[in-house]
Design a binder for this molecule. Structure first.
Ligand code: FES
Length: 217
């Protein structure tokens, strides 16, 4: 199995949880994930690791990692897996919104939106400090307003947070394209059909690992 290495653990998870070195072909696109194992550990469960952006020697990991996974540890990696975000090529107003998880899951979309000349708004209540100056920051209370403004809206939420949003205030009222990344444990990545990652989207239950973890709204 391909190898990676934890180069650094970050203290502030709003930007990234860690920096991981790996081959370029393993770096997950925004919304995709790698399944990472620590061969030296007794814990057999894999952790789904998402990208918060590309680094020189690998990528920044958005997902929080087990505390035993310290800098210098070697990882076994499988992936990239799953359906990631896809910004429409004609989108000129791009909104990124983190409901109840770190905005780091969305930060890899910023360079892609910049490349197509889009105006970018990050909607969250706890933004990282080193966001590019061209990215406007708005609080979550502005989400409905921003969802109306955007050509494309990318959301991220935990499984519980998304359920609460849909059954409480309802889905954001979007006028164009919108996608949501649902963050949930995905221990088998679809190999064993364990069902741990099942999420309620649209009319029924689906597997986040296989059918997502990014879903169209
Ligand atoms: S993680 Fe096992 S089926 Fe999705």
């Amino acid at each position: 199995m391909p190898e990676g290495k934890i180069l650094e653990r970050m203290l502030d998870g709003r930007r990234a949880a860690a920096r991981i070195a790996c081959a370029a072909k393993l770096v997950p696109a925004p919304g995709q994930y790698l399944l990472a194992y620590l061969p030296a550990s007794d814990d057999p469960l894999a952790v789904a690791v998402f990208s918060a952006g590309i680094a020189n020697d690998g990528f920044y990991a958005a997902s929080s990692l087990p505390s035993a996974w310290t800098a210098g540890a070697s990882l076994s990696l499988r992936g990239p897996l799953g359906r990631g975000f896809a910004i429409p090529g004609n989108a000129r107003r791009v909104a990124l919104a983190a409901l109840d998880v770190s905005p780091a899951y969305l930060l890899g979309l910023i360079p892609l939106a910049e490349k197509q000349g889009a105006d970018i708004v990050l909607v969250c209540d706890n933004p990282p400090e080193d966001i590019p100056a061209n990215v406007e920051i708005r609080p979550l209370t502005a989400l409905d307003e921003i969802a109306q403004w955007a050509d494309y809206l990318a959301l991220v939420a935990s499984r519980a947070g998304w359920r609460e949003r849909v059954h409480g205030r309802g889905r954001p009222n979007v006028t164009r394209e919108a996608q949501v990344l649902i963050v949930t444990p995905m221990p088998c990545g679809g190999l064993a059909r364990c069902g741990v990652c099942s999420v309620e989207v649209g009319k029924g239950l689906v597997l986040a690992c296989d059918d997502g973890p990014v879903f169209s709204l």
